[in-house]
Design a protein around this ligand. Structure first.
Ligand SMILES: *[C@@H]1O[C@H](CO)[C@@H](O)[C@H](O)[C@H]1NC(C)=O
Ligand SMILES: *[C@@H]1O[C@H](CO)[C@@H](O)[C@H](O)[C@H]1NC(C)=O
Ligand SMILES: *[C@@H]1O[C@H](CO)[C@@H](O)[C@H](O)[C@H]1NC(C)=O
Ligand SMILES: *[C@@H]1O[C@H](CO)[C@@H](O)[C@H](O)[C@H]1NC(C)=O
Length: 575
């Protein structure tokens, strides 16, 4: 489920990246710089590189470095940023040259002039200031041409204490400009005092709208206006002439691209775009999540890593399954039909959990066959988990053999196989847990003996074992020879009920044969001498071994012991 969620996440990101690649509002050949001024989209150098004519920049290369202009070359652009531009300001000025000559600069041909941005995407920013320079000048601004919609007037006179940087009416007057003006007209009312103070030949009245932060009054500006025009005027811009709500409806012309959101211009008309949180870039072209992009890479790559790791593990498991005869088992099971309802294929993980990662304290027994652990399944069933030692193919056959046989038989005196696990390196068998150890442990005379078995118990155990062997030999359609009947393979439960275990070397005898030639296998001391000599295995071999168990039950002696007299040993071997 988690990997699916991550997968979805990755797909979403991939989709966004693909979308990003496909969204190209601006042709690739477009220059992004004019001189050393960056022109980001929706502005662009040339009409096809900009969103519309208002954003089209003309880059005049006769300057060094080249200079960008808006409005077909009228307005020099200083800077373009996310929602504002800076242009060179207009200077409205008139200068006295000599006692009675006045010249006006080209912007100031009448007494009523202004800056007008109606019908354009631009508005005057409140970052600007109205600055009036002069010695007896009154300027009255209005919002609309020829009306009496006045804003506060600016009055500048000249007197003692005129100082650079001070603009409080002494040679310089300043007034704030409200946000969002589309037009700003200035009306020069006229002079309010005589010219006595001005001594220089050239004295000018000037009106400019400049960025507050950038302009500081310089007394020399009263006589030399040449540098005033270099001051910036700040304009806000917006795209379109509708609100976001309306613009979003027309996906074709909607300017906000992938991973961006729209917000309405504070100045009324049009809207702007901004990258959504976590993304960066140009919202009019599509934003990229730098941090998220990195995360995407990280998550994506770790996800891939996880997948390949899982695949490898799966392959390994499959390899082990095959190596451990899983296919053989499957094949055998399918050929036996219906014998496997009770047995189960466990996963390696389940058994690892059940044995507390094969804890040393859970070991029930160890031997040539491998190690047996006590395991607790999630439903609290206690089981014995046999971790086989087998590694080569011949032993593998034996292992699979045991599974096949055990899955087919069901007898109260035979240990029940609950399932197996073949996906681990060493195959695992899961048996019912028989709590009271093996018969041999109970028969040991030495101090290590678990308990003393009374004669009734011994007789019953003998009968139960005989019953189990008889069942193996005859009750089943194919006779099963245990081949390793011994007291150590007869387990006892809490009620001392016998459970025959360890079918590691059992053999199924085909019906038409009464015996089979095999490599002699079994435990020394329990081996049928006839079988030892001829290698011919019959169910009588189990009967012989059972006889040895009976002697054990009667005498409590081990079949082979170096503590006993040699004579006893010789008799046993020569039989
Ligand atoms: C722009 O370019 C000129 C000349 O190449 C250079 O002197 C000036 O410092 C540059 N201005 C900026 C802001 O990079
Ligand atoms: C480019 O600038 C030069 C120098 O100011 C000017 O003469 C010329 O007209 C400008 N070109 C355009 C197309 O405005
Ligand atoms: C005032 O302007 C003059 C001439 O442009 C210049 O030399 C001077 O450094 C300026 N002073 C200040 C304080 O900016
Ligand atoms: C809004 O802009 C569109 C296209 O830029 C133009 O066709 C339309 O006339 C404009 N509407 C108004 C009210 O300015």
């Amino acid at each position: 489920m988690a990997s699916m969620a991550i997968g979805f996440f990755v797909v979403t990101f991939l989709l966004q990246y693909l979308l990003l690649a496909s969204v190209d509002a601006k042709p690739s050949h477009c220059q992004s710089k004019c001189g050393n001024i960056t022109i980001p989209y929706p502005f662009g150098i040339g009409e096809e590189c900009s969103i519309d004519k208002w954003f089209t920049v003309y880059c005049n290369t006769t300057f060094h470095p080249p200079k960008p202009f808006l409005a077909g070359g009228e307005v020099e652009l200083i800077e373009v940023s996310q929602y504002e531009i800076r242009i060179k300001t207009y200077v409205f000025s008139s200068c006295n040259i000599g006692k009675n000559t006045i010249t006006f600069n080209q912007n100031y041909m009448s007494t009523f002039v202004g800056v007008v941005f109606e019908e354009t995407p631009f508005t005057l920013s409140s970052k600007n200031m109205l600055i009036v320079l002069g010695c007896n000048t009154v300027v009255r601004p209005t919002r609309s041409f020829g009306t009496s919609d006045y804003m506060s007037a600016c009055v500048s006179t000249c007197g003692d204490g005129m100082k650079n940087g001070l603009c409080f009416g002494n040679g310089c007057c300043e007034n704030s400009i409200p946000q969002g003006l589309k037009a700003f007209y200035i009306e020069k009312i006229g002079r309010i005092q005589n010219y006595d103070y001005i001594t220089s030949l050239q004295a000018c009245d000037s009106t400019i709208i400049v960025e507050k932060e950038k302009y500081s009054f310089n007394v020399s500006d009263l006589s030399d206006i040449s540098s005033l025009g270099n001051n910036p005027m700040v304009l806000n811009w917006a795209v379109g002439n509708q609100s976001c709500q309306n613009a979003e409806r027309e996906r074709k012309t909607f300017a906000c691209k992938v991973n961006s959101h729209c917000y309405d211009s504070v100045d009324g008309n049009g809207y702007l775009c901004d990258c959504t949180n976590g993304f960066e870039g140009n919202p009019y072209l599509g934003c990229k999540g730098l941090v998220l992009g990195f995360m995407f890479l990280l998550v994506g790559s770790s996800w891939l890593c996880l997948i390949t790791k899982k695949r490898k593990l799966l392959k390994l498991k499959q390899k082990f399954f095959q190596q451990n005869g899983g296919l053989l088992l499957k094949q055998q099971i399918s050929s036996l039909k219906g014998g496997t309802e009770s047995s189960k294929i466990f996963t390696g993980e389940e058994l690892k959990l059940a044995t507390n990662n094969y804890d040393q304290h859970r070991i029930l027994g160890q031997g040539g066959y491998g190690t047996v652990y006590k395991g607790i399944l999630p439903d609290l069933t206690i089981v014995a988990i046999k971790k086989s030692k087998i590694i080569d193919g011949s032993q593998l056959g034996q292992f699979i053999n045991e599974i096949i046989i055990l899955t087919q038989i069901s007898h109260r005196n035979i240990v029940k196989l609950l399932g197996c696990c073949l996906e681990t390196e060493l195959p695992l068998l899961v048996y019912e847990f028989v709590s009271n150890g093996s018969l041999s442990q109970h028969l040991q005379k030495k101090s290590g003996a678990m308990s003393y078995l009374c004669w009734e118990d011994r007789l019953r155990i003998a009968a139960e074992t005989a019953g189990a062997l008889s069942y193996l030999h005859s009750a089943h359609s194919i006779p099963i020879i245990h081949r390793d009947v011994k007291s150590a393979n007869i387990l006892l439960d809490n009620n001392y009920t016998a459970k025959v275990a360890d079918f590691g070397i059992s053999r199924l005898t085909p019906l038409d044969e009464t015996h089979i030639n095999t490599l002699v296998q079994g435990t020394f001391g329990y081996l049928d001498p006839e079988y030892l000599r001829t290698s011919q295995l019959t169910e009588k071999s189990d009967v012989y071994s059972f006889g040895v168990v009976l002697v054990e039950l009667l005498t409590g002696e081990k079949p082979v012991s170096f503590e006993r007299s040699e004579a006893w040993l010789r008799i046993l071997l020569l039989q």
